[in-house]
Design a protein around this ligand. Structure first.
Ligand SMILES: O=P(O)(O)OC[C@H]1O[C@H](OP(=O)(O)OP(=O)(O)O)[C@H](O)[C@@H]1O
Ligand SMILES: Nc1ncnc2[nH]cnc12
Length: 179
């Protein structure tokens, strides 16, 4: 038996993720996690590491456009719940709620459908990266305005220097790798 030892989720993320300097604008060191999601073993490990601490504590998973969608659909399927989208402005066809926010490289607006989830239900919000926390903070405000309880946040990578955790104070955050 010459099987390789299984890599930890942290090792998989560190080995497979890429770094792109000066993208999408000069001065930003962009961390690209798409190669992590392209690897079957890594995707499986990441999804389970994100949902396991929250099992039984959420009724639906929400993913933030765009890379959060990849995680949220897989996580919802693995946990037997439904999935909803948090989208950039102008993409949803029915009555929406909107929140403006700032992130490392600009400003934007996120939206959900006002009736995506029942008031009183619990949502786990997933994204690939936590940087300033502007994006997840806006997603949180959207669900809370809709009467939905935010069970917590899950991200693959937390860029600690950008202090996103402090923008989400009071909520449980599961990050798989911090740098
Ligand atoms: O913590 P923050 O400073 O808010 O940054 C984190 C957000 O930035 C990236 O998304 P981006 O806005 O680049 O959108 P995209 O996934 O549509 O490319 C990333 O996927 C997070 O959603
Ligand atoms: N440096 C970064 N890399 C990837 N996604 C980001 N979102 C905000 N800052 C980011």
């Amino acid at each position: 038996m010459n099987e390789r030892p299984r890599e930890s989720v942290e090792t998989l993320v560190n080995r497979l993720s890429e770094t792109v300097r000066d993208y999408p604008q000069p001065g930003v060191v962009f961390r690209d996690l798409t190669p992590v999601f392209a690897d079957g073993e890594a995707l499986h490990a990441v999804v389970h590491a994100l949902i396991d601490p929250f099992q039984g504590q959420f009724d639906a998973v929400a993913g933030v456009e765009a890379r959060g969608f990849l995680l949220s659909a897989a996580a919802a399927y693995a946990s037997g719940t439904g999935v909803v989208t948090v989208r950039k402005k102008g993409k949803l066809p029915r009555k929406t709620i909107s929140e403006d926010y700032t992130l490392e490289y600009g400003t934007a607006t996120l939206e959900i459908h006002a009736d995506d989830l029942l008031p009183g239900s619990r949502v786990l919000i997933l994204d690939d990266v936590l940087a300033t926390g502007g994006t997840l903070g806006a997603a949180c405000r959207l669900f809370e305005r809709a009467g939905v309880q935010v069970a917590g946040f899950g991200v693959v990578l937390e860029l600690s220097a950008l202090r996103g955790r402090s923008a989400l104070a009071g909520h449980r955050i599961r990050s798989l790798v911090r740098e």
